[in-house]
Each structure stands twice: as structure tokens, then as C-alpha cells.
Design a protein around this ligand. Structure first.
Ligand code: PEP
Length: 220
């Protein structure tokens, strides 16, 4: 299975989301899983319509239960419209909201309890600690996304021998069988080079353009 996950971040409004859905006309092949992490305000709207792609969330509350948590979205809020995946630990959450590996793994645990697969993002400096914290979980219950911070949103995607060496190291540090995606300036023109190295890709900016994202799905 290859995973092609888009991340809209805090982009688009309702009209633009509708336009994207109208332009999106891709039949996902069986061997590929395609999902788009949408702003949560659009999640239920998309999850209850036939739109041809799977909407997922970009984050989840650290609080596992519903209650007096203004502004939060818990796994219990999602009952009945659960996404198959949810991102956690994106570098923007780590940078702008001070999220640590402990916080991220606590969120991942809430998701796993609700049978939602977390896609846990990390850069190399967080890797060793993250791997230790994940030891208690079966690798098939989560996905990882290696996202070198310098490659995110910069147009400087990592590739070649450096990335091969990094992926080798990453696969040694995490449990055997862990699925690992690559993210960082993936575009239609460069996505093919991640085919043999990773189990899929996490795509930011290019997932906002339906035609380019469709090409990425085809070539990934
Ligand atoms: C991301 O947001 O996870 C990402 C990889 O962004 P971009 O593809 O725009 O670099």
C-alpha cells in the first residue's frame, strides 16, 4: 500500500473547497490510499458528502474525552464520522504551539484508542525520543512521516544519497515494519523519486491544486 496524504493546513475557504471538489476527478487505485488533511471547519462537511477523496484531520485534542475544553476537537466528537487517519506532530505544531514528543504521543494514543491511525510527523532531532515513546505500540497502529524542516514549504525537497542514508537510519531506529512517508516540497515533478525509498508522501502546498495533486497520486 502507498499512502499519498495531502495537507491543506489553514488554507482555503468554503467556495475554494467546493471548487477543489468539483475539479477533483480521480479514481484512486486499489494499491494507493489517498487522503487530504483539511481544516477542521470543513471536515464534517466533506466527510458526509461523496467527494472522491478521503478527508482527514490535521490535529486532535490531547484531551481524550468530551467536556469543558473550549476550542478543542476530541476523538469522541468524531464518533460516527471518524477519519481513517489524523496528522499529529506536524513541525508547525511543534514550532508554533510548542508541542513535544510527549504531547504528540499522548494525542496519538487518543487516536489509536478510537481506532484512528495517527500519522506522526517528525524531523531527525526528534527521532530517537519519539522511537522510545512509540515502543509500547504495535507499528501497524500508526504511520510516520519524516519531514525535514528545511524542506517544508521551501521548494528544497530532499533527495539522492543524503535522503537514502537518512531513511536507512530512520528504519534502523523505529520498529521493523513501520510505514514511513516522506514530506517536504513534494511536487508532481519530483514525487517519483520517493517511490522506492518511502511508503508514501505527505504533500503540503501542492495538495491545494487539484490537477497537480492528481498527478502526484498517479506518480507516487
Ligand atoms: C507539509 O506541510 O507537511 C509539507 C510537506 O509542506 P510542503 O509540501 O508545502 O513542503
Amino acid at each position: 500500500m502507498r499512502y499519498i496524504i495531502g495537507n491543506w493546513k489553514a488554507n482555503l475557504n468554503l467556495e475554494e473547497v467546493d471548487n477543489f471538489c468539483q475539479e477533483w476527478n480521480v479514481a484512486t487505485p486499489n494499491e494507493k490510499t489517498v487522503a487530504l488533511a483539511v481544516p477542521c471547519v470543513f471536515y464534517a462537511y466533506l466527510a458526509t458528502r461523496k467527494i472522491g477523496f478521503t478527508p482527514i484531520l490535521q490535529d486532535i485534542s490531547i484531551f481524550g474525552e468530551n467536556g469543558a475544553r473550549t476550542g478543542e476537537i476530541t476523538v469522541e466528537n468524531l464518533r460516527g464520522i471518524e477519519p481513517p487517519f489524523t496528522l499529529v506532530g506536524h513541525s508547525e505544531r511543534r514550532r508554533d504551539f510548542g508541542e513535544t514528543n510527549e504531547v504528540i504521543v499522548a494525542k496519538a494514543k487518543n487516536l489509536m484508542r478510537a481506532k484512528i491511525t495517527p500519522i506522526i510527523c517528525f524531523d531527525l532531532e526528534q527521532m530517537e525520543e519519539l522511537a522510545k515513546l512509540l515502543q509500547e505500540f504495535a507499528p501497524k497502529t500508526y504511520l510516520l512521516a519524516y519531514e525535514p524542516v528545511d524542506a517544508i514549504g521551501t521548494g528544497k525537497n530532499l533527495s539522492g544519497e543524503l535522503l537514502q542514508a537518512q531513511f536507512k537510519l530512520i528504519r534502523q531506529v523505529f520498529a521493523p515494519g513501520t510505514k514511513i512517508l516522506y514530506g517536504g516540497s513534494v511536487k508532481a515533478e519530483n514525487v517519483a523519486q520517493y517511490h522506492d525509498l518511502s511508503d508514501g508522501v505527505l504533500v503540503g502546498g501542492a495538495s491545494l491544486k487539484p490537477q497537480e495533486f492528481a498527478q502526484i497520486v498517479e506518480r507516487a
